[in-house]
Design a binder for this molecule. Structure first.
Ligand SMILES: C[S@@+](CC[C@H](N)C(=O)[O-])C[C@H]1O[C@@H](n2cnc3c(N)ncnc32)[C@H](O)[C@@H]1O
Length: 234
């Protein structure tokens, strides 16, 4: 298999998935407001071919990989939100964290488990908006990459509260997203986030401690990398 074969299958999959995405159609949003059916369809249509999953890089995302360089997560409890095929969760585990990784789509979770049969990661199917109560305040590091930007803007306040709820006292939320300027039109989905949108994730006791504007390079578009902290209760 060549890179060109993969790219061609990816392009075909994208075209097919765009064609069935109600959010790409005028007035179609009511059909699938949270995009659940569409996410299910992505993994179903892909079968066993990762080219069919538009965001599957089959490697940790470079903006996360750079953040992890020289950093130990030894002993930390980490949660990977919307884990897809598992590459980012595996990178967190490789850095030493004990990882729980979840996705709305059971098929994605099964696929991640199959890809990493020796993994110590607890892969599970769950919904960000109805997460298990035992995850409340249970993680030293909550990592989310590309799920927020895949959700309609109206869901972001609920998503922000859900993400914040997982962070233990003294813990961190790490968000990585494609970036866009305020007022810049976007033909989503996905909907790259504005700086203002990132700032609104500081809810329920989380404080924004760093917001990096990662410039576009030969291999990636412009991104945000944001860290939020929950103070230790006194
Ligand atoms: C754009 S993909 C990113 C996947 C992964 N983070 C990556 O970068 O490869 C978004 C993922 O979030 C999942 N997702 C969407 N809504 C979700 C929800 N409510 N709860 C959990 N996962 C969700 C999708 O199934 C999909 O795998």
């Amino acid at each position: 298999m060549t890179d060109a074969d993969f790219a061609e299958r990816r392009a075909r999959a994208r075209a097919k998935l765009d064609a069935i995405d109600p959010h790409k159609r005028e007035g179609g949003v009511d059909a699938d407001p949270q995009r659940r059916e569409w996410f299910e369809a992505v993994y179903q249509f892909a079968g066993d071919d990762p080219a069919g999953v538009p965001w599957a890089g089959l490697a940790p995302h470079p903006v996360l990989a750079q953040w992890l360089e020289g950093r130990s997560l030894a002993g930390l409890r980490a949660l990977d939100v919307g884990c897809g095929l598992g590459d980012n969760a595996e990178a967190l585990a490789k850095a030493g964290a004990r990882v729980v990784a979840f996705d709305l789509v059971a098929r994605a979770v099964e696929w991640a488990r199959r890809r990493f049969p020796q993994s110590a990661i607890d892969y599970c199917a769950a919904d960000l908006f109805q997460a298990p109560p035992e995850w409340r305040g249970a993680f030293d590091l909550v990592h989310e990459l590309y799920t927020l930007q895949a959700l309609p803007e109206a869901l972001l306040p609920d998503a922000a509260r859900a993400l914040a709820s997982f962070v233990a006292p003294g813990g961190m939320l790490l968000v990585i997203s494609r970036a866009r300027d305020e007022g810049q039109d976007v033909a989503g989905p996905p909907w790259p986030l504005t700086r203002g949108r990132i700032e609104t994730l500081a809810v329920c006791g989380l404080r924004l401690v760093s917001l990096e504007d990662v410039p576009a390079s030969e291999t990636i578009v412009r991104h945000w990398r944001a860290e939020f902290r929950r103070e230790v209760d006194r």
